[in-house]
Each structure stands twice: as C-alpha cells, then as structure tokens.
Design a protein. Structure first.
Length: 311
C-alpha cells in the first residue's frame, strides 16, 4: 500500500525522525538515504512502514508505503500513526513569529526550520522508552531498547536485515523479570516496564482520556505507576501527548545543554530551569528539541542550516 501525506509547512522529515532516533545506534527507528523505516504493530501484525519526503521544506509531501499482512482499515491506522509520530499537522506559525523576535531562539529556529515535536507511537511506547533511559546514558538506554526489540519484538525482514518493533504490552507483561534483567535492565526498571504493560492492558494509558486533563492531572495519573516519576511523566507529556509547554526540567542533560547554550556558569535546578524557559512559552518544548538537533548537527549526524530541497 502507498499513500501521500501533506504536512503543514515548513516541514523537514530528517528532524522529527532524529528526534525519535536521538542516536545513530537506535535500531527501532531507522534512517537511511533519506528514508524513515520502522515496524508498526497493527492489531498485533508487524507492518514495515517507509516514509520519504518529496518536495522542498515549504511544499513537502510524504510518500508513505507499508508492506506485510495488510488488511482493510490499515490505511487509516498507518497514516494516523505516521502523522502523529512526525507531528505533521501542527501549525507552528506562532513559534516562528516568537522566534523571529528573540535573539536567542532566532538562530536555532532558522537553522532547523521545518522542525516538529516528534511523538512516540503511543503512551505505552513513550513510557517504555523513557523508563529504559532513566538514570543511565542515552546510549545505554537505547542499547537496552534495541535488545528488548530484537529479543521479543515482532520483526520484518528487509534487504538491510531484520527490523523489530518494541514488544506489545501483552508480550512485555509476560516476560519474566529475570529475562529483562538479562538484557541489563535493573530490577527496578524491569518491574516498571511490567507495570506500564499492565497499565496499558487495563486501559489506564488512554491517551484520549489523559488529553482531556491538564498537565498536573496527567502527571498525577502517570506517577501513580510504579517507577514513573516527574521526569518520566513530563517526557510523556511532551513526547507522548505533544504538549509543547513542557520542558522536562529534571533532565540533567537538557539542563546542562541549556546552561551551556545560555553561557551560564552556575548549574541549574528544576525551578531555575522552568523560570528560564518561561520566556519561550508556549513553545519551551521545542527548545528541548532544538538543543537536541543542535547537538546532532555538531556531531555531524544531521545537516545544519535550512534546506531548500527535499530533506
């Protein structure tokens, strides 16, 4: 099956994809020669989805294809999931207006024009990703997620090798804790992953229901889950529910990047971070992604500077 999606301009596919990947070692969300590939689970069936941008940043089109055990109704599901993950329907005119008037934000917004706030496929995947990366380096967190997907996630063969999705909540809930420990998840993380899988199965991670709540209410709901604290809940608000007003202030790496970005000599705590980013509301969450893109560009992973052609 093949379809076309039209993002609200400007749009640059490379940026939301790398917002999902975060590091080149990520083997769940793959980026190669301008194409994003990943396995989506639709009613338990693994579908290989490929997305390529055609057209320039200001007139982008996305060519979306899916292969596998395709059935009636899959088109709507795949298109909706891709649109959600790449945040293609969000109009950021207000952000660009704010950025143009801000000496700090303006250079970043110009360099990474066409950005979006990418979101994981659902809240379940958001929490699994975030729990894996708690209190460890991002690289090690992604390594554990790669192992989890390869060992237990449904896979699809591709010319470059197999691609795997993260395991469904049904599968994750049934993995013995000692087997998760064998993938180098700590005992606490293994238990937290089980809790998230069970919450999903019991309907406690209903994104539509949580979307009707304010931020504090969502955080209160999510932190009732064992192993989910304020940082994990705030990341879920940004990366699961797409709330751009959230800059995860407990993220030490993001705080340090903010401090260096602003040329501050003193360390920042949660309160100081929130006071600083208040000047960029209601778009402080985009600053979180912009600093990620800035780091990836410095590492040569993504191109730096606005593009006039296809991403």
């Amino acid at each position: 099956m093949q379809w076309t999606l039209t993002p609200v301009p400007p749009f640059r596919l490379e940026l939301p994809v790398w917002g999902l990947r975060r590091r080149p070692i990520n083997s769940v969300d793959c980026w190669e020669t301008g194409a994003w590939q990943r396995v989506l689970l639709v009613e338990g069936r693994p579908l290989l989805v490929t997305v390529v941008q055609t057209g320039p940043v200001d007139a982008a089109q996305l060519a979306v294809s899916a292969t596998g055990d395709l059935r009636s109704g899959d088109e709507q599901t795949v298109k909706a999931t891709v649109a959600h993950m790449l945040d293609i329907h969000r109009d950021l005119t207000g952000f660009y207006t704010l950025a143009a008037q801000d000496a700090i934000l303006s250079p970043l917004a110009a360099r990474f024009r066409g950005l979006r706030a990418p979101q994981f496929a659902n809240l379940y995947e958001t929490l699994v990703n975030t729990i894996a990366c708690q209190q460890v380096t991002l690289g090690f967190g992604l390594t554990m997620l790669n192992r989890l997907a390869a060992a237990y996630g449904p896979g699809v063969e591709t010319p470059s090798g197999p691609l795997h999705a993260l395991p469904s909540p049904e599968i994750l809930a049934g993995i013995p804790l000692e087997e998760l420990r064998g993938l180098q998840f700590s005992g606490a993380k293994a238990r937290a992953l089980h809790e998230v899988a069970i919450a999903q199965l019991e309907g406690r991670l209903d994104a539509q229901a949580l979307a009707a709540l304010d931020d504090d209410q969502v955080i209160a709901n999510l932190t009732r889950l064992w192993g989910v604290g304020r940082w994990t809940a705030e990341v879920a608000l940004l990366r699961g529910l797409g709330r751009l007003t959230r800059f995860p202030g407990d993220d030490v790496g993001a705080r340090n990047r903010l401090r260096r970005f602003l040329g501050l000599s003193h360390p920042l705590d949660y309160a100081a971070t929130q006071a600083i980013v208040a000047r960029w509301q209601p778009y402080s969450g985009l600053l979180y992604f912009l600093m990620l893109f800035d780091r990836l560009a410095a590492e040569g992973v993504i191109s730096s500077g606005p593009l006039s052609g296809p991403s």
